[in-house]
Write a protein that binds this ligand. Structure first.
Ligand code: ZN
Length: 172
């Protein structure tokens, strides 16, 4: 396993805006990518990461919603995820993103979704998601379409966020 560089909006916007392509087979190469992504996400640290955020335009997501030092890690892997159903009821959540470091803002999304995806072994899974799980999977699936959470904000807020990230990167 190895750490990958996480792309950020100040320098890598064009890559982050790409639409990712479906995976044809879940094989050892893909599992190696998912292992790297998980390690990179834990290192950051974050709770979700899409492959495009490490510069790979494939429809792959890793996630771990376990919180706190004393909680067992609970990694989840999603290949070619689809939303089969979304509730009309929405919920607001203050989101952040490893590609938009240190910026947090409220985004409103469906409160519950029904998902279909392939897991780490290529097995088809159908699952309902709510709460933080629903927020996170919708945020990550947006990445597969080249959409960032700041795209859900006003243009003013979005431009301010990108400027702030650029300024922080320069200062570092
Ligand atoms: Zn993100």
């Amino acid at each position: 396993m190895s750490l990958r560089r996480i792309l950020t909006v100040d320098t890598d916007m064009a890559v982050l805006k790409q639409v990712s392509t479906p995976v044809e087979t879940v094989d050892d190469d893909l599992r190696a990518l998912m292992d790297d992504m998980l390690e990179t996400m834990y290192d950051a640290p974050g709770i979700g990461l899409a492959a495009i955020q490490v510069g790979v335009p494939k429809r792959v997501i890793v996630m771990d919603l376990a919180r706190g030092e004393d909680e067992e890690p609970a990694p989840r892997y999603f290949v070619n995820p689809e939303i089969l159903w979304a509730s009309e009821e929405t919920q607001p959540y203050e989101e952040g993103c490893l590609s938009v470091p240190e910026i947090y803002d409220e985004v409103e999304r469906p409160a519950r979704v029904k998902l279909r995806y392939l897991d780490y072994h290529g097995k088809t899974v159908e699952e309902d998601a709510e709460g933080l799980y629903a927020v996170c999977i919708q945020h990550e699936m947006d990445h597969l379409e080249g959409v960032l959470f700041i795209d859900h904000l006003s243009r003013l807020k979005r431009e301010r966020a990108v400027k702030k990230v650029a300024k922080a990167a320069k200062a570092a």
